[in-house]
Design a protein around this ligand. Structure first.
Ligand code: NAD
Length: 500
């Protein structure tokens, strides 16, 4: 199916978006998919005005009614899972299975949010004063801005938007300039859900602003924005946080990771091997939770590393639309260069590199397919302390678990981690307060591939935000504490006397 008919099936009128400013390319072959009009400061201003008006109407609807819109949107996603999944593959380059998985994640968060729309609970709190009651009430927040990264072009938006909508907010979305088409397709499906919902859904519940960092900045500078949820590199997060700070704009930051796995002597090595390969080479190493550092106990090091090297050599690299290929292309030439630079640095720092070479270059001159790289390192050196967004896995041997955990935690990022062990003491120690310092700490599964039910996010330079499940919804609401006096006296808290 060509791109125009794919987009048509999803309800996108490409003609309405054609223009200058954004060139959408497929990393599969480097070909241009469409040239689209970027937003200007003035158009962002108009979109913010529409979103603000939508918020004022939407917040008046009961939350379970708002949940109904998210339910209908989930239905549209179910109906179009194949096609939208295919578009994700074409635009972001992830394999078919992962493209479909991304849409499934959107469906899952819709289901979660529909249930949540009847569970936006506050506490009642014991008052110290007679004849008084205290409670907390959760109110809609306002216009929620979502800035998203190329590697999860639609799921991350859905994590934010599904919760934002049931919480009574409107959304302005600035997708990655590398993946504008999946955003337009998602918005078209959302419009279908709105049309089925009825006239009590205001216009402007979802506005999409296309463009690069400047469009993101225009969004951040708009005083009507109540929260910015930004997903991307730590560099981007620093710029967003600094811009948001002067007016105390709420931020929810989901930034880079540098994720690790520890394989202990008692580990089930066949499970560990499968987890390592999926976590390190899946999405061609372009997940925020991709496994980048592997600490293996010296007693099983040779046995495991030989198996990983063999698996890496056999894993099929190629067109992500073709069934059976497990590693698709990198997003662009800059990502390829970043990978080669990191491998050069690793060699300079004493690393022994297996794989990492470019393949299929004759077939696709402007696309970047590579064999994943495994790098045996003598120590955790500088190259291992930053995130290279590519399939590079650094491996180190360790002797003491405490030392492996200390090394795992000794990087600026704090997103995902895991241990493979069948020793209960080791497993519990790893997830204890003295163990992993990451937002995600797993036992006997890899660091990537999270479910939507838990709160997702990480510590330190990963930004500290939490999205998706658990009580992440609270970030999208405003909490009011109410004290109600139903007595005929006016006692003051702390027993203070103030008689006049
Ligand atoms: P990126 O930082 O280059 O861009 C992300 C988004 O931020 C894009 O929409 C971009 O236009 C926008 N942006 C960039 N600079 C900005 C600025 N100064 N102001 C406003 N907006 C700005 O990231 P990318 O290359 O698209 O994605 C890869 C990165 O994202 C990796 O570091 C990865 O770990 C991270 N990521 C994190 C998570 C998470 O949940 N922690 C999820 C996915 C990706």
């Amino acid at each position: 199916m060509n791109i125009e008919s794919l987009l048509q099936e999803l309800g996108v009128d490409l003609k309405a978006h054609r223009g200058a400013g954004i060139v959408a390319r497929s990393p599969i072959d480097g070909e241009v998919l469409a040239e689209l009009a970027a937003d200007s400061k003035a158009s962002v201003d108009l979109k913010m005005a529409r979103a603000q008006a939508a918020f004022q109407a939407w917040r008046q609807l009961p939350a379970p009614r708002r949940g109904e819109l998210v339910r209908l949107f989930g239905e549209e996603l179910r109906r179009h899972k194949e096609v939208l999944g295919q578009l994700v593959t074409i635009e972001a380059g992830k394999i078919r299975q992962e493209g479909l998985g991304e849409v499934q994640e959107m469906i899952d968060i819709c289901d979660f949010a529909v249930g949540l729309s009847r569970q936006l609970y506050g506490l009642t709190i014991a008052s110290e004063r007679p004849g008084h009651r205290m409670m907390e009430t959760w109110h809609p927040l306002g216009v929620v801005g979502v800035i998203s990264a190329f590697n999860f072009p639609v799921a991350v938006w859905a994590w934010n938007a599904a919760l934002a909508y049931v919480c009574g907010n409107s959304v302005v979305w600035k997708p990655s300039e590398k993946t504008p088409l999946t955003a337009l397709a998602t918005a078209a499906l959302f419009r279908r859900a709105v049309a089925r919902f009825g006239s009590d859904a205001p216009d402007g519940l979802l506005e999409v602003a296309l463009g690069d960092a400047q469009v993101g900045e225009a969004l951040l500078d708009d005083g009507r924005l109540a929260l910015i949820s930004a997903t991307g590199s730590t560099r981007m997060g620093r710029a967003v946080a600094a811009r948001a700070a002067p007016r105390f704009l709420r931020t929810l930051l989901e930034l880079g990771g540098n994720n690790a796995m520890i394989v202990a002597p008692s580990a089930d090595l066949s499970l560990a091997l499968r987890a390592i390969v999926f976590a390190a080479v899946g999405t061609a190493g372009q997940r925020c939770t991709t496994l980048r550092r592997l600490f293996v106990h010296h007693s099983v090091y040779a046995q495991l590393v030989n198996k990983v090297v063999a698996a890496y050599a056999s894993v099929r690299v190629g067109d992500p639309l073709v069934e059976g290929n497990l590693v698709g292309p990198l997003i662009d030439a800059a990502a390829f260069k970043g990978m080669q630079n990191a491998l050069d640095q690793a060699r300079d720092e004493g690393g022994k590199v297996h794989g990492g070479e470019r393949v299929l270059a004759q077939m696709h001159e402007s696309a970047y397919y590579l064999r994943p790289a495994l790098v045996e390192m003598p120590a955790q050196s500088a190259v291992m302390c930053h995130e290279t967004f590519a399939p590079i896995l650094y491996v180190l041997a360790y002797d003491q678990l405490e030392d492996a955990i200390a090394q795992q935690n000794a990087v600026p990022q704090g997103l995902a981690s895991s241990i493979f062990t069948t020793d209960l003491r080791e497993a519990e120690f790893f997830v204890s307060a003295q163990g992993s310092d990451c937002g995600i700490a797993n036992v006997n599964i890899g660091p990537s591939g999270a479910e939507i039910g838990g709160a997702f996010g990480g510590e330190k330079e990963t930004g500290g935000g939490r999205e998706s499940g658990s009580d992440a919804w609270k970030a999208y609401m405003r909490r009011a504490t109410n004290t109600i006096n139903y007595s005929s006296a006016l006692p003051l808290a702390q027993g203070i006397r103030f008689d006049f």
